[in-house]
Design a protein around this ligand. Sequence first.
Ligand code: FES
Length: 74
Amino acid sequence: YISYRVIKPRHPVNPSIKKESPKVVDGFDIEELGESTAFCRCWRSSKFPLCDGAHNKYNIEQKDNVGPLLIKKK
Ligand code: FES
């Protein structure tokens, strides 16, 4: 077992999601997804791993430019 949290990062990519877990992994069957699904890449969504728009506030506060991954069915 390798602990990735020996040194706590000052600015973690993930500030709050499943912090009790050594690794956050999510999966979906493609059939579960709607015509268009937005996946969060800012790690601030209350619906993580789905995007809830929280990246907008994060981008303004941190002067960053992150956004979701959009998966669309043809
Ligand atoms: Fe995180 Fe949209 S809420 S990318």
